[in-house]
Design a protein around this ligand. Structure first.
Ligand SMILES: Cc1cc2nc3c(=O)[nH]c(=O)nc-3n(C[C@H](O)[C@H](O)[C@H](O)COP(=O)(O)OP(=O)(O)OC[C@H]3O[C@@H](n4cnc5c(N)ncnc54)[C@H](O)[C@@H]3O)c2cc1C
Length: 616
C-alpha cells in the first residue's frame, strides 16, 4: 500500500488520537531510554480480551481480564530493551471501582518480567487511567513480559513503559501522552492507502451490513469499516440481542429482503440457551465476502474525517490491534456507527438527549455446573443483599424464590443520566457492579443456586441511544402516532414506541444510579412508513445514515431502533446511494429530483439472494 502524506483533517476522535499518526502500535523501537509496550500488541493475549470501546476517551484500546470471577490466562510477549540495566516500570491502568469510592480493588493483576512478578499489585489505585509505578528493576536486554490476572474481575491494562531514567514521570493522559506514544512507537506522519470507493459505510451493525450488501449488489464499489472482528453489532454473538421488527410490509414488501438473509430467525430465549451459535456471525461474513466489489475492513476504528468544501472526502481508520492507520476515500458515506460518530467528526448537526435517555446493557447468563460451585464475595460490587432486583424478590425480610431467567436480561440497564458518549465506560462498569453484586448476594447471602455459575457476559456495552444526526426531516413520535404521511415514505416501523426509564421498584438506595429499567410502550398503528429524508444529513451533503443514529427524536427512536427496521434503513440507503451514482446527485438530490425512481427502487427492493417478501 502507498503511503499518503499528512493532510488536514477536520476532527480527530478524542484526546488519545489528538496527534496525527499517533498510534501505529508496533512494539516500540527503543528511544531515549524509554520503551513502550502497548497491551494490545502482546503476542499472546491468553484469556485477556481486547476492548477498543473507549479509545476516544482514554486514548487506546486495552486488555481486559473478563473472567467472571475466574482469573484469566496470562497475556505474554517479548520485549527488547535498549541495553541491560536498571529501569523503572510504569503500567497504565486504574482501579475501576474507585470512581465510586468502592473498596476492594477487584481488577488486580501482576506484571511478570522473565517469569518474576514485580512487587506492585496493579489495578489497585486511581479512579482515572494513569501510570501506576511498578518500581525499579534490573533486567537483561531481552525479556519476556506477562500480565497475570489475580481475580477474573475486569482488571485492565493499557500499556507498559520501561524508563532508564528512573526519575522520569510519564504524562497520565491527554495530548501530552499522545505525543509520547507517538515518539516511542516511532510513528510516521504517513497514512496507508485504504482504497477509494463509491460508498464508504462505517459501522457493521445490522444497519451497516444491509447498507453495504445492498449497495454492493447494486453495483457500487463499497467499503465497510467496522471496529470489531465480527459484524452484526448488538445482534452479533458478542452482544447477543435478538432481531425485532417486521419486514414484508405493504406497499414495499421487498424492503427487508437483505435483512431477512441475515439469519438469526431463532429467537434465543433468555438464560443459558442464549448461546453464541444462535447469532449468525459466520453467515453474515459469508454474505459480505461473497460480494467482489465489497471490501470488508474489520478491526478498524474510525478516528478522523477529512472534509473539503463541506463534503467528506476521506476517513481515517486505525487498526485496533496494530495501530496502523489508513485513509479511505469515498464519494458517498454512510454513518452506521450507532453513535453518529462519522457525522460528528465531519461536523454534522446532531442531537443528544443528555438526561433520562436509554442506557446500555451488558447481557449475562448462568449455567448449571452440575455440582457445587463457589463464587467469591464481591465487597466492591453493588451491595444488593436484602434488596430487590429482578430474579430476587423480597417481601419484608423474606426473599421469595429466586428466578434465574430474570437475571442478566435487557432490563439490567444503567447510565440514564450519564453522558451517552463520554461516560459509557462508567455505564458498562456499573453494569458489571450490578451483575457481580446480584450474583454475590444470591449465591453467598441467600444461599441460592449452589450449582450455578456465571457462564457468559458481554463486556461490550450494548447501546441503545447516543447521538442522532439531523436530516431534512426530524421525525417525531407525534407524527408516527398521528400517521403523518410523507411522500418519501421508505421503511416500515412496526415496533411500539418503546422507551426505557429507571424501574422505581428497584431504585431505592440507587437514585440517579439506577441499574434496572422498565419499558414504556406508546402505541401506534403499524406499519408506519418513515421518510427517506431522515436518512441523510441536512448539512453534510454526501452523508447518509442508517440505524439508531438517524434523524428522529428521542421518543421516535423508541420504534425505529429495532434491528430489522435498522436493516431496512440500510437497504434504503444502499438503493439511494445507487441512484446517486446513476444520476450524479447527492442524497438530497434523490428526494428533490428522483423521488419517482426511489419509489420504483423501493418497490423492486434490494437485490437479494433469497426469495423476496418473506415476512418476519
Ligand atoms: C440489551 C439490548 C436489548 C435490545 N433488544 C432489542 C431487541 O430485542 N430487538 C431489536 O431489534 N433491538 C433491540 N435493541 C436495540 C438494537 O439492538 C439497537 O437499536 C440496534 O443495534 C441499532 O443498530 P445499529 O446498526 O444502528 O447499531 P449497532 O448495533 O450499535 O451497530 C453499530 C456498529 O458500529 C460499530 N462502530 C461504532 N463506532 C465505530 C467506529 N468509530 N469505527 C468503526 N465501527 C464503529 C460498533 O462496533 C457497532 O457494532 C436492544 C438493545 C440493547 C442494548
Amino acid at each position: 500500500m502507498n503511503n499518503i502524506p499528512r493532510r488536514e483533517f477536520m476532527k480527530l476522535a478524542g484526546m488519545g488520537a489528538a496527534v496525527w499518526g499517533l498510534s501505529q502500535r508496533v512494539l516500540a523501537a527503543p528511544a531515549g531510554g524509554l520503551v513502550l509496550v502497548e497491551a494490545e500488541n502482546f503476542q499472546q493475549l491468553g484469556g485477556w480480551v481486547l476492548d477498543q470501546e473507549f479509545m476516544d476517551q482514554m486514548g487506546s484500546p486495552y486488555l481486559l481480564a473478563h473472567g467472571l470471577g475466574e482469573p484469566v490466562a496470562d497475556a505474554t510477549t517479548t520485549v527488547t530493551l535498549p541495553a541491560p540495566g536498571t529501569y523503572r516500570v510504569w503500567v497504565r491502568t486504574c482501579d475501576w471501582v474507585a470512581k465510586w469510592q468502592a473498596p476492594g480493588a477487584p481488577g488486580k493483576f501482576l506484571v511478570l518480567l522473565n517469569g518474576k512478578p514485580l512487587k506492585t499489585v496493579f489495578g489497585t489505585a486511581g479512579a482515572a487511567w494513569h501510570w501506576q509505578d511498578g518500581g525499579t528493576v534490573t533486567m537483561s536486554e531481552k525479556i519476556t513480559l506477562a500480565l497475570r490476572d489475580l481475580t477474573g474481575f475486569e482488571g485492565r491494562c493499557d500499556a507498559i513503559l520501561f524508563s532508564q531514567d528512573v526519575n522520569f514521570l510519564p504524562p497520565h493522559d491527554g495530548a501530552e501522552l499522545a505525543v509520547l506514544r507517538r515518539q516511542l512507537l516511532g510513528l510516521s506522519e504517513q497514512l496507508d492507502d485504504g482504497g477509494s470507493y463509491e460508498l464508504v459505510v462505517v459501522g457493521g451493525g445490522v444497519a451497516g451490513v444491509c447498507a453495504a450488501l445492498t449497495a454492493a449488489r447494486s453495483g457500487l464499489k463499497v467499503a465497510l469499516v467496522h471496529n470489531r472482528p465480527v459484524v452484526g453489532g448488538n445482534n452479533s454473538s458478542e452482544i447477543r440481542v435478538n432481531l425485532a421488527g417486521k419486514t414484508g410490509q405493504a406497499p414495499f414488501p421487498n424492503i427487508g429482503n437483505v435483512v431477512n438473509e441475515l439469519g438469526n430467525k431463532r429467537q434465543a430465549p433468555p438464560g443459558p440457551e442464549n448461546k453464541a451459535e444462535n447469532f449468525d456471525d459466520a453467515l453474515r461474513m459469508k454474505l459480505l465476502r461473497a460480494e467482489s466489489n465489497l471490501h470488508l475492513l474489520l478491526w478498524q476504528q474510525l478516528v478522523a474525517t477529512e472534509v473539503n468544501d463541506g463534503r467528506i472526502v476521506a476517513i481515517v481508520a486505525q487498526d485496533v490491534r496494530t495501530g496502523r492507520r489508513i485513509r479511505v476515500t469515498g464519494e458517498l458515506f454512510a454513518d452506521c456507527t450507532g453513535d453518529g460518530q462519522l457525522g460528528f467528526l465531519a461536523g454534522a448537526d446532531f442531537e443528544v438527549t443528555r438526561k433520562q435517555h436509554m442506557g446500555p446493557s451488558n447481557i449475562w447468563q448462568l449455567r448449571d455446573a452440575g455440582g457445587p460451585v463457589a463464587f467469591p464475595r464481591c465487597i466492591w460490587a453493588l451491595d444488593l443483599s436484602g434488596k430487590p432486583f429482578p430474579g430476587r424478590a423480597v417481601r419484608g425480610e423474606k426473599p421469595l424464590p429466586a428466578d434465574l431467567t430474570k437475571l442478566g436480561q435487557w432490563y439490567w440497564e444503567t447510565g440514564f443520566d450519564l453522558d451517552p458518549i463520554t461516560e459509557v465506560e462508567a455505564m458498562r462498569d456499573w453494569n458489571f457492579r450490578a451483575m457481580y453484586g446480584a450474583w454475590d448476594s444470591l449465591k453467598n447471602v441467600d444461599g441460592e443456586f449452589p450449582h450455578h455459575q456465571l457462564e457468559w457476559a458481554t463486556y461490550l456495552a450494548g447501546k441503545r441511544e447516543s447521538r442522532r444526526l439531523l436530516g431534512d426531516v426530524l421525525l417525531t413520535a407525534e407524527e408516527i402516532v398521528g400517521q403523518r404521511i410523507f411522500e418519501d415514505a421508505c421503511f416500515p416501523c412496526t415496533w411500539d414506541l418503546d422507551r426505557h426509564y429507571p424501574d422505581l421498584r428497584y431504585a431505592k438506595g440507587f437514585e440517579g444510579r439506577e441499574f434496572i429499567s422498565e419499558a414504556h410502550f406508546g402505541k401506534f398503528k403499524p406499519p408506519y412508513w418513515a421518510p427517506y429524508r431522515c436518512l441523510y444529513s441536512r448539512n453534510i451533503p454526501n452523508l447518509f445514515m442508517a440505524g439508531r443514529d438517524i434523524s428522529v427524536t428521542h421518543d421516535a427512536l423508541g420504534t425505529v431502533r429495532v434491528m430489522r427496521t435498522c436493516g431496512m434503513m440500510g437497504e434504503v440507503v444502499g438503493l439511494a446511494a445507487t441512484l446517486c451514482r446513476q444520476h450524479g446527485v447527492l442524497p438530497r438530490g434523490v428526494y428533490e429530483k428522483h423521488l419517482a425512481k426511489l419509489t420504483a427502487a423501493l418497490g423492486k427492493g434490494a437485490p437479494s439472494k433469497v426469495a423476496f417478501g418473506a415476512a418476519c
